[in-house]
Design a protein around this ligand. Structure first.
Ligand code: NAD
Ligand SMILES: O=C(O)C(=O)C[C@@H](O)[C@H](O)[C@H](O)COP(=O)(O)O
Ligand code: ZN
Length: 363
């Protein structure tokens, strides 16, 4: 018996085209309809780890009459570079890709960020469809239209807001994911819990060990709840004029750690440390109650996410945080909580409080 498909609408306000995020199994039958009949060519951008999936998709699309090409890119953050984007542009140019043709990004968040960026920049913007294959990409990266690549100076420093035409989250894809990558995605799920939907935290805390696997009893609900949080925020503030900044909870320090580790740490792991830091910052500034701050430690630790980073790296991390996209001039800005599900912006925190918060995180 096939499981039900959940459809979550995104956008449709403030001039952005609406699109759907589908969550379920065996969703590939939906792809042809999303691509549409104006397209002649389809480029399937996939990571090395999903070579078979990329080729199967290409063959399927060719069988449907499209001129389909598969573009294989490196795994993980190695794909989010100007060089790899240029490689993709070359492949599109060589296949005669026009404005009515469609890019499909299948993979984790690194691949969908790259594929979306390639689609945003090719001919100043062609349609693209995301097929996220990690928890993190399903609940966060593939939804909301932030696309981009890294530079030597930092994370996602080059990019564009370019929403997809549709997102297909096939839960079966999660079965082949390494446990480390599955757990990394839980950081963004937990983020959605702290900033907007505490029921997510309750579900994870009811059995943290089960939450670490796709076979856990709450997998679909956790993914759907997190997507709804993201969908609601980006639908009202696509270009991060205000509200959308709450999705950056834990990211100011998290991105600095990723850069410091030359992108060898998974994004979710770095964001977990960043959320621990943000919770301590909120607590020490007298905004966040002890129980909610402590809850960050217990839930992140319970699913196996890291809480700590190297104490001696603070000066470098502070320097990197200055180019965070939330910074304004010399003003550092952090998302903190005024309480559970009450995210807010903290501007220009006292350097002594920042250091004290890092004192709880560094070791
Ligand atoms: N655009 C956004 O709004 C947004 C939101 C959150 C995160 N991100 C970005 O997402 C990226 C992290 O994404 P991620 O955690 O998915 O990591 P990832 O894309 O690096 O994937 C992790 C690894 O798993 C492999 N993989 C992917 N799917 C697989 C599967 N089903 N089976 C086996 N292996 C598979 C990948 O090839 C890679 O080696 C970061 O670059 C982050 O900045 C973007
Ligand atoms: O969608 C958003 O907005 C987010 O901030 C979601 C984050 O989880 C994501 O990692 C995003 O790519 C970070 O954006 P950035 O603008 O800080 O690079
Ligand atoms: Zn993130």
């Amino acid at each position: 018996m096939s499981e039900a498909v959940t459809r979550i609408q995104v956008g449709g306000t403030a001039g952005s085209e609406p699109y759907e995020v589908l969550v379920g199994r065996q969703l590939l039958g939906e792809l042809g309809g999303l691509i549409g009949d104006k397209a002649k060519r389809v480029a399937v951008i996939h990571p090395e780890a999903l070579a078979d999936t990329g080729d199967a998709l290409r063959a399927d699309l060719a069988g449907q009459g499209y001129e389909a090409v598969a573009i294989q890119v490196p795994n993980a953050e190695e794909a989010k570079t100007a060089e790899v984007a240029a490689y993709c542009w070359k492949a599109l140019g060589q296949s005669g890709f026009t404005r009515t043709d469609v890019v499909v990004g299948v993979g984790g968040g690194a691949t969908t960020d790259l594929a979306g960026f390639v689609a945003a920049t090719w001919l100043r913007g062609v349609r693209w469809i995301a097929i996220p294959t990690t928890v993190l990409a399903m609940v966060d990266a593939a939804v909301g239209g932030k696309t981009g690549i890294n530079t030597a100076e930092g994370k996602n420093l080059v990019g564009a807001f370019h929403p997809p035409a549709g997102v297909l989250c096939d839960l079966a894809a999660l079965d082949s994911l390494a446990v480390n990558d599955y757990v990394s995605g839980l950081a963004e799920v937990i983020k959605a819990g702290f900033i907007a939907d505490p029921a997510i935290l309750d579900l994870i805390e009811s059995d943290p060990e089960a939450a670490r696997t796709p076979q856990g009893p709450h997998t679909a609900e956790l993914i759907e709840r997190s997507i709804r949080v993201k969908a609601e925020v980006v639908s009202s503030d696509l270009k991060e004029a205000g509200l959308r900044e709450i999705l950056n909870y834990g990211h100011t320090l998290g991105h600095a750690i990723e850069k410091n580790e030359r992108y060898k740490w998974r994004h979710g792991a770095a964001v977990a440390v960043g959320m621990h830091f943000a919770a301590e910052l909120g607590r020490l500034a007298g905004r966040l109650d002890d129980a909610t701050a402590d809850r960050h430690r217990t839930i992140l630790e319970a699913v196996g996410l890291p809480l700590h980073y190297r104490y001696d790296q603070w000066p470098k991390l502070l320097e990197t945080m200055k180019v965070d996209k939330k910074s304004r001039g010399d003003l550092l800005r952090f998302i903190v909580l005024d309480g559970l599900a009450k995210p807010t912006v903290m501007e220009g925190p006292d350097p002594a409080v920042l250091l004290a918060a890092y004192g709880e995180v560094g070791q």
